[in-house]
Design a protein around this ligand. Structure first.
Ligand SMILES: NC(=O)C1=CN([C@@H]2O[C@H](COP(=O)(O)OP(=O)(O)OC[C@H]3O[C@@H](n4cnc5c(N)ncnc54)[C@H](OP(=O)(O)O)[C@@H]3O)[C@@H](O)[C@H]2O)C=CC1
Ligand SMILES: O=C(O)C(=O)[C@@H](O)[C@H](O)C(=O)CO
Length: 277
């Protein structure tokens, strides 16, 4: 079976560079989707309390019989649970739902700067890390200014920053800041939600030339930039297609041509202003 390259995080923990996302997968369909992904070879699963499907992910993991040390499971603390004590309680609840002894990666889902609770929240993640309940801790949707405060006031450097990232939103500043501080950048909505990006002439031409699909070309672009990617699909053929991205490479010119699609094209909320939950 294809083995996925791993990135060594800043604490030495190894994270698969390709994983499977389950946002908007209804709980009743999640077990089947995760099983399909595990059968295809994925070993990293990205969920969140907000997705409402942690328990279904946990069932799929338990039924798979795959050893915990071969899996890499990420979940995220939802906005309504920010704050030190609330975070510790929310973590316990996620672990019960996931049925895990130890989590691989726990992320603060959004910074919510107007609430100004993410530093207290980060302290709780640090406690979970120091107590050995999670192998790595990180953040999601953090802009450099938010990360700067965590670096200045925290004791642990976040291992990962998971942000919206695809050729319409290349996130050069965030990626540069992350890289400068040893933080791995993980791309959410790596396919820009499977929309217009996959019909861009440059993406289609490149795919045709290489005998690959547009989604595979976009995922290759991420991998060659060094991003962690977590495409989501409930379509088994696409789940397999998105995993089959290790048998070809893009030329530097192809990578540059996709990067030139950058247009500040967010599909999701702006982290500086998003405040929900
Ligand atoms: N931290 C955060 O704030 C966020 C994190 N995430 C994480 O990132 C993951 C991925 O992001 P997501 O928003 O789901 O978007 P993606 O960019 O992964 O796109 C998913 C969409 O693309 C379609 N698709 C998947 N593969 C292909 C393919 N090969 N060809 C054509 N279409 C395809 C899917 O359709 P179908 O399923 O019908 O096959 C689905 O509609 C999430 O599942 C979640 O884990 C996402 C948003 C925010
Ligand atoms: O999918 C996620 O992880 C998200 O945080 C987003 O869904 C986000 O909550 C959103 O898009 C709300 O409109």
């Amino acid at each position: 079976m294809t083995s996925v390259p791993v990135l060594k995080l800043n604490n030495g923990v190894e994270m698969p560079q390709l994983g499977f996302g389950v946002f908007q997968v209804p709980p009743a369909e999640t077990k089947a989707a995760v099983k399909t992904a595990l059968d295809a070879g994925y070993r990293s699963i990205d969920t969140a309390t907000a997705y409402g499907n942690e328990a279904a992910v946990g069932e799929a993991l338990a039924e798979s019989g795959i050893a915990a040390d071969e899996l890499f499971i990420t979940t995220k603390l939802w906005n309504s649970s920010q704050g030190y004590d609330e975070t510790l309680r929310a973590f316990d609840s996620s672990m019960t739902d996931l049925g895990l002894e130890r989590l691989d990666l726990y992320l603060i889902h959004w910074p919510l700067p107007a609430r100004d609770k993410y530093l207290d929240t980060w302290k709780a993640l640090e406690k979970l890390y120091v107590d050995g309940r999670v192998r790595a801790i990180g953040v999601s949707n953090f802009q450099p200014a938010h990360l700067r405060r965590v670096l200045d006031e925290g004791n642990v450097v976040p291992a990962v920053n998971q942000v919206e990232l695809h050729p319409y939103l290349v996130q050069a500043d965030v990626r540069a800041f992350d890289a400068e501080h040893g933080i791995a950048t993980e791309a959410w909505s790596p396919l820009a939600k499977g929309g217009a990006l996959l019909s861009e002439p440059v993406v289609m031409r490149t795919a045709e030339r290489l005998g690959r699909t547009p989604a595979q070309v976009v995922l290759r672009w991420h991998l060659q930039l060094g991003n962690v990617v977590i495409p989501k699909s409930v379509t088994p053929s696409r789940v397999a297609e998105n995993f089959d991205v290790f048998g070809f490479t893009l030329a530097d010119a192809d990578v540059a041509a996709l990067s030139a699609l950058d247009r500040d094209g967010r599909t999701g909320p702006d982290p500086d202003t998003f405040d929900l939950g």
